[in-house]
Design a protein around this ligand. Sequence first.
Ligand code: NAD
Length: 387
Amino acid sequence: MIAQFRRFHVKTQIVFGRDAIHSLGELASELGAKACLLLADKALEETGVLDKARGILRDSGVRITEFLGTEPEPYLDNADAAAQLGRDGQVELVIGMGGGSVMDTAKAAAALIRNGGHAADYVGLNLVPGPGLPTIMVPTTAGTGSEVTFTAVFTNRQTKAKGGINSPRLFPDRALVDPELTLSLPPAITAATGMDALTHAIESYTSRSSAVFTEALSLAAIRLISRHLRRAVFHGNDGEAREGMLMGSLLGGMGLADAGVGAAHALAYPLGGHYRIPHGLANAVLIPHVMKFNLPAAEEKFAMIARSMGEAVEGLPPGLAGSLAVEAVARLSRDIGIPHSLNELDIPRSDIPILVEGALKVTRPVENNPRFMGAKEAEAIFERAFG
Ligand code: NAD
């Protein structure tokens, strides 16, 4: 009976604001934990943020087992190793403090500690059999929105295939979202992760599965990101810009969790799996090309995106207004130094058939894309993205 109704899942309690990190101990105690597995990004060691988190947890009487071994664009075995450490440490809570790579590994580890097995067993949809340990996610990039999604994305070290563990069991219990933690992000990572957040918002809004919840969340995300991304890249210490970006990526993540993403993600996955191109960068290069392809199938929505990005669309027919969204995204991307072409990423053009094959295996984003994309269409988009 319930299957025929639309579901919107609300689970994660979000604590948002500058210096919110100080509530980490309180949140751990709320979740009844005396021992935690803390996964963190090694980059946070240098910024002092990791030390701060350790101190806060210890002051709250929480014992810490630490895992700093997550690789960027993580492999499935990173989650297995983290889970083993957590089991050995008899932890009751998992905290993921970092970008999407660390948060995804933390979410999967929490599921593995309670459910057993290997991360590879759970790649797919709804394959996690029971609840995992409680989790707190603390994003340090403004990009993935993983702190509020039910997804954890990994690459298989052997096959190089990239895929997600997608299960409501992975929704975090708490998202501790503190813009101060993103002040240390260098401009290039700010740019690529910010474009990733924008891609989530655009693709969830234009997804075939999009509905009223998605529209509210994703359009707000588009507004925030397009207003703040240039400032965050060029003035990294601008707290207001960092706050706007982190709220934008959070809302984009909620939109993504509700309606999924589209062709840019499907085309980006093999770039990550085969060439280790960072997810944000792959999406950033592809999204203007994918938008151009999708425009005829979603003119009204593209017109709304243009409006949300501050373009003057008043009185224009939807197709023309929509084309302003494509131009605005391409301009933003260029302004913040994102390469326009896959050539600039040193990917051989002759690999297009491998890329097409990989992209079409990412079935859900392909199905959600507003315009049909088969092999011929995927090849044409790649051709254009090579410039
Ligand atoms: P990332 O986590 O790989 O981090 C990128 C780089 O930024 C790393 O070198 C890291 O050390 C550094 N870094 C992180 N925070 C920093 C800080 N505050 N200061 C300085 N350096 C910092 O990048 P990401 O884009 O956040 O995450 C990418 C991963 O997330 C990919 O595996 C992608 O597939 C996945 N992803 C997941 C979801 C989801 O819903 N779960 C959504 C989108 C992407």
